[in-house]
Each structure stands twice: as C-alpha cells, then as structure tokens.
Design a protein around this ligand. Sequence first.
Ligand code: 5GP
Ligand code: 5GP
Length: 221
Amino acid sequence: GGKPQREFDYFALSLQWPGTICANTRHCCARNGCCRSEPLQWFTIHGLWPDYDDGTWPSCCRHTEFEMDKILPLKETLDKYWPSLYCSSPSTCFSGKGPFWAHEWEKHGTCSAPVVQDELQYFTIALDLYFKYNVTEMLSSGGIQTNGKEYALSDVIDTIKHAFGGAPEIVCKRGSVEELRLCFDKKLKPRDCLTTLTNENVSRRKHCPRKITLPTYDPLV
Ligand code: 5GP
Ligand code: 5GP
C-alpha cells in the first residue's frame, strides 16, 4: 500500500486537446485504434488531480481495487469524454487493470481524501466539473478558434480566466496546446492554478511559446 500522505491543497482538472495529441501519436494510434477516425473537436479529460501548493503532488495513495460494477452508470460517458488517446498502457499503481480513467483513479483519485472517498464520487465530481466548465465553449465564445490559427498565449489564458474565474495552466507540444488545466479549491470553487508564480510564467515553463495554436483534429482514414 501507499505511504501516508498529507492532505492535498487543490484540484487540477487536466484536459487534453486531441488535435495535438493525435497529431503526435498518429502511427501507433492507427494501429491500435486509440485515436478515432471521427474527429474529436472538444477537450477530453486526462484526470482530476489533487496537488500541493508547492508544485508537487501525491500519487498512488490507497490500495483500493478498481471495481467496474461501482461505476457502471457512468461508463458510457467516461468512455466518450475520458478516452485514452495514447497507445501505451498507463504505468500502474496497483491493479493496473481497466481503462485509462481507471488508472487515473488509482494514481490520483486515491489521494483525494477527504474530499473524495471512493471511485464513484471521484468520477462523478470529475464529470460534473468537466460539464459545468466547458473549456471548448469558453474558448469559442471568447473568439479563440480551434482550427490551427495562432493566438497569443496570454490571450488564451485571459479568455479562460475571465470565463472560468481562475487562471489555467497550459502545457504545449511543438507550439500547440496539449493540455489545459483548470484548478479548484477543496470546495470545488474555481481558483488560480498556482499561487507562487504568474500564470504566464507557469505555462511558458511547460513548453509554451508566446504564440500558440489549437490544431484541428486530423481524422485517420
Ligand atoms: P508529464 O511528465 O507528462 O508532464 O507528466 C507525467 C505524469 O505526471 C502525468 O501523467 C501526471 O500523472 C503527473 N503529473 C504531471 N504534472 C502534474 C501536476 O501538476 N499535478 C499532478 N497531480 N500530477 C502531475
Ligand atoms: P498520468 O501519469 O497522467 O496519470 O497518466 C499518464 C499515463 O497514462 C501514461 O503512462 C500514459 O502512457 C498513459 N495514457 C494512456 N492514455 C493516455 C492519454 O490519453 N493521455 C495521457 N496523457 N496519458 C495516457
């Protein structure tokens, strides 16, 4: 079992942009079918992560068997909005069984006490936050298009900050948005992703240049 951990400080809901991920994993995905032939034109979920204010995080905290029976009513929604876009299987904490989102429960969800007690609650909260704060819509309402056009990193951050009520963290790959993270306090209210640095600095450290794009998903044929 995992070591005892101190209580986390805040949550990051980590979202991934399929247009960027699938452009970089095209060959193995074509073989393994993880990126789809129909376009994914919205952010999908990577994970709901408990974090510490100092920039570190706990992982793999409590050994609990992942039980599909407990979350059956959510399964269809999880498969649709929390798909694996990679070909490799996740590194494992405990059982190593189940889909990508089951791995996220084992690695991150088990460290979310006392806010989250079990896997049903973990997935329920993650999906609620995802649907309540629709980043894809926030960007399009703010005039940021997801068609490969260039925007200033600071404009993307400000658009989300204004619509969401907290500064996001952005992770880039080759000048494109790979992940966008929304942060929440332990009452699940929006907050800035990090308190210690300006958020533009945080995102730039995560490989983002000053001008970034959200590329269109290129369907595999
Ligand atoms: P990467 O090295 O690709 O940025 O991250 C590898 C893994 O480390 C992620 O898949 C995630 O599990 C974990 N990780 C990276 N950054 C963070 C973070 O800011 N908070 C938490 N909780 N985990 C993270
Ligand atoms: P994390 O460490 O973020 O909790 O999970 C990342 C692990 O899951 C990596 O081992 C990666 O190979 C695997 N994985 C499977 N599907 C995906 C996906 O769609 N996105 C990311 N970031 N990792 C994935």
